[in-house]
Design a protein around this ligand. Structure first.
Ligand SMILES: Cc1cc2nc3c(=O)[nH]c(=O)nc-3n(C[C@H](O)[C@H](O)[C@H](O)COP(=O)(O)OP(=O)(O)OC[C@H]3O[C@@H](n4cnc5c(N)ncnc54)[C@H](O)[C@@H]3O)c2cc1C
Length: 478
């Protein structure tokens, strides 16, 4: 068994751990791990994709299996202060996988296990496995694929299941958390192609009407994926017209935009799976049947046919470009919200058309989801009503003088949340991040008591998940 400690920092608060200043003291600390092999090394566990929070852990543990994880937690329970955070791929944006002066467990260090049972059609996957590896194993070796995804797959299974895991399939199958007890699968083998379509709207009411129509059809009578996004009504390469076409041979013709259009436009994005052997005319007929009644702007429809895996890996290309131009490493003050159907038109008027009419330097997703597809026993909190919208402001900080600075984006996010509160919107944060217990209580609403009870039962000393800043060590239920 090999486990690595990557970093030590000084911590006077630790009543049982000496400050590791000398080699002897280091070995005193190491001896507490009793039986776990340890090594020093470098680590990036003090920061995350958001680039807004920085928090030094006492140590980063690279466990070789669940026994090591259990040992670390037992060790932490002997202290009054020590906390333990699991870290998947560190793609949180508000320090959720950090443990200030605590232990961070690098879940990716555990050898990835992706055992597929093609007869039972389920997969047994370790929490540190990346979704892109799950996809490759399931599709390339077995011609099977999980049903519910995230847009970007460089995330760990444990990391997305800690939240929900959302993409354009969630209206059919629910979030990834709904598909885990026995991971259900659909065939999605190498001969499956995807007809990927984007259509543009100038009126928000028509966009939402069509999006809601698509996600409320009977299963099998709709597309296999439905999402949507807002973009700016100008030629801005990141947020404007050029962000819509699906390949470099296509161009956006702005003369098609109605004169009545406002500062932002809307794009509905859909995908339909089909078999490589299906005659094009059959696929065309299926697509036209689904799209026929939609009221998008004529002439602003974009279509490509791609392999199933290429479609699911579509954000990988974005990652590559962002890494090349340095944007991937820049701060990402993201804001993710669930907004009720009742309030989404007002949200559009006050936020998209007003505060965000110059864009956010990245995608602004908005698409409907169905509450009935979510298990109400999980700790995720949703607005009331069957239909609600995911709003994801996926901001990137461009180097000065282009765009807003990270701090200004954070202030703008706060302004948006304040507007939602002031106008009484029924909304909740996805990937919630608060600084006080009062705010967390408000977030959970009538689920707070249940949430507290669960914490008391499963983590009574509040050793785990310090990055969420809900329960300090040795808290008392209130
Ligand atoms: C480029 C990009 C695209 C994204 N796209 C989407 C999207 O389309 N849909 C969507 O829903 N989300 C999306 N996200 C958000 C993403 O799902 C969450 O940020 C997710 O938590 C990140 O996964 P991670 O493996 O990096 O987890 P981390 O950031 O490492 O951890 C997140 C949380 O999970 C906990 N955790 C991690 N692993 C485990 C484990 N094995 N056991 C217990 N707890 C664990 C951590 O303690 C922490 O609280 C995206 C994020 C990025 C950066």
């Amino acid at each position: 068994m090999i486990a690595f400690i990557d970093r030590f920092v000084h911590d006077n608060d630790l009543d049982f751990m000496p400050e590791p200043q000398t080699a002897e003291q280091d070995s005193d600390v190491l001896s507490l791990f009793n039986g776990v092999d340890l090594e020093f090394g470098g680590s990036a566990a003090g920061k995350d994709f958001g680039g807004l929070q920085f928090s030094k852990p006492l140590a980063v543990i690279k466990p070789s299996g669940t026994d090591d994880v259990a040992k670390v937690i037992r060790l932490a329970s002997r202290s009054q202060h020590l906390t333990v955070a699991a870290r998947g791929n560190g793609h949180s944006v508000n320090g959720q996988a950090m443990a200030h002066r605590g232990m961070v467990i690098d879940m990716q260090a555990i050898e990835s296990r992706i055992d597929v049972d093609p007869i039972a059609a389920h997969a047994d996957v370790s929490g540190g496995a990346l979704w892109e590896d799950v996809l490759k194993r399931c599709v390339l070796e077995y011609g099977l694929a999980p049903r519910s995804w995230t847009d970007y797959l460089g995330l760990t299974v444990g990391g997305t299941l800690s939240n929900a895991g959302l993409s354009g399939q969630a209206f059919i199958y629910g979030p990834q958390t709904e598909n885990v007890t026995e991971m259900e699968v659909v065939t999605g083998n190498g001969d499956v192609l995807v007809r990927w379509i984007r259509v543009v709207y100038s009126e928000f009411s028509e966009f939402t009407r069509d999006a809601e129509l698509l996600v409320t059809q009977q299963e099998g009578d709709s597309f296999d994926y439905v999402e949507g996004f807002v973009f700016v009504n100008n030629d801005d390469p990141v947020n404007g017209w050029p962000s819509v076409p699906l390949d470099s041979n296509q161009s956006f013709d702005p003369t098609r935009i109605p004169r009545s259009a406002g500062p932002v436009l809307y794009c509905l994005e859909m995908a339909l799976h089909y078999k490589i052997h299906e005659p094009p005319s059959v696929v065309d007929t299926r697509v036209e049947r689904l799209i026929g009644g939609l009221r998008f702007v004529e002439g602003l429809r974009f279509t490509v046919d791609v392999r199933y895996m290429e479609f699911l890996m579509r954000v990988k290309r974005v990652e590559k470009e962002a890494k090349e131009n340095g944007i991937w490493e820049a701060p990402h003050p993201w804001l993710n919200l669930f907004v009720s159907k009742r309030d989404i038109a007002d949200f559009d008027r006050l936020v998209f058309k007003n505060i965000l009419n110059q864009g956010v330097g990245g995608p602004m997703l908005v698409y409907p989801l169905l509450r009935s597809k979510w298990d109400n026993r999980t700790s995720v909190v949703l607005p009331e009503g069957e239909i609600f919208y995911l709003v994801a402001l996926l901001r990137s900080c461009f180097p000065y003088p282009k765009g807003l600075a990270a701090e200004e984006m954070v202030v703008q996010n706060q302004e948006i949340v304040q507007i939602c509160t002031k106008f009484g919107f029924d909304f909740k944060l996805y990937f919630p991040h608060y600084n006080s217990r009062e705010e967390w209580k408000q977030h959970f609403g009538n689920q707070w008591i249940r949430f507290q009870e669960r914490k008391s039962s499963f983590d009574p000393m509040a050793i785990l998940a310090p990055g969420q800043k809900i329960f300090p060590r040795n808290w008392q239920p209130s």
